[in-house]
Design a protein around this ligand. Structure first.
Ligand code: SAM
Length: 275
């Protein structure tokens, strides 16, 4: 099967297709047909830059509200919002609509201490910052130095004043911030199966071995995240992949080793509550 995106042509790996067939059964054909459909594009209003009415009035192209993301809108790809001066001024952040669901689930509040442990390029950190309204502390960490630089640029562009950007390994962060945060987001490095249409090259990098390697790394990251959460705090785990090894498998293994957590259902994701 081919995915065609912005003139790029990628092939869905055979082993991935087989795996999804096994997982989805009779729903597989509908899943595969999704790759042929047009993509939807989203941007997110910066809650730090004034009220919605002013934003809508200033925007030079039409937007359609995303019903389930407070500050999210669909736009037409032809509008090229990345080229507009309001983008440079931090009025909005271009973000996949589905990615906005994660911070909806995290529910950050002004005044809290929040950690985004795998934060670059900063889509979720800057969304969290908007919800915090400049009150409390946001720590945005990205282990890869070059990506941490891009994260800093986005935090700056979006006018966030209560955020510290770090570039540390999770274990070092855990040593620095024991039982410190009210909420921790682990938007984990993953095999990226959900990105195949947006980024055709990622399909070429996928293999069953990558899935296995990512699951092991996710377990290590979650154990460090646990060390940084206050009793009563919330841990959100998210990926952009379908593989059960990296989603249900990672969460189940974590819960087996951490009886002090409960799962809480939210509209989009599962939150882990430290009890
Ligand atoms: N949260 C980001 C956003 O919304 O813009 C996306 C994060 S991306 C899915 C996962 C990030 O984890 C990548 O930036 C990657 O460099 C980082 N990462 C890779 N290996 C890691 C590790 N061992 N520990 C922590 N983070 C890691």
């Amino acid at each position: 099967m081919y995915i065609i995106m912005n003139d790029q042509k990628a092939v869905l790996p055979e082993a991935f297709q087989e795996k999804m067939r096994g997982l989805l059964g009779s729903e597989y054909e509908a899943f595969a047909a999704g790759y042929e459909k047009e993509r939807q594009y989203g941007l997110r209003r910066n809650l730090l830059k004034g009220p919605e009415e002013e934003f809508i009035k200033a925007m030079p192209f039409p937007l359609e509200k995303i019903s389930w993301a407070r500050e999210g809108y669909y736009y037409d790809a032809a509008c090229r919002p990345g080229r507009h001066v309001l983008h440079e001024a931090g009025a909005y952040y271009i973000q996949e609509p589905s990615a906005m669901a994660v911070v909806e689930a995290l529910s950050p509040e002004p005044g809290e201490r929040i950690l985004d442990l795998c934060a670059a390029p900063g889509g979720k950190s800057t969304q969290i910052a908007g919800r915090m309204q400049g009150r409390g502390l946001l720590v945005a960490n990205e282990v890869v130095g070059e990506r941490a630089r891009v994260l800093s640029q986005n935090v700056e562009r979006m006018g966030v004043a209560n955020c510290v950007v770090c570039s540390e390994k999770p274990e070092r962060m855990a040593a620095l911030f024991p039982a410190f945060f009210d909420r921790v987001l682990v938007d984990a490095p993953c095999s990226g199966e959900g990105m195949f249409r947006k980024d055709a090259a990622s399909a070429g990098e996928w293999s069953p071995g990558t899935v296995e390697m990512c699951a092991k790394r996710q377990a290590l990251i979650l154990d460090e995240a646990d060390r940084m959460i206050k009793p009563g705090g919330v841990l959100i785990y998210s990926t952009c992949t379908f593989s059960p090894e990296e989603n249900e498998g990672t969460i189940s293994a974590f819960l087996r080793n951490h009886e002090e957590y409960d799962i809480e259902e939210t509209a989009f994701e599962l939150s882990l509550i430290h009890i």
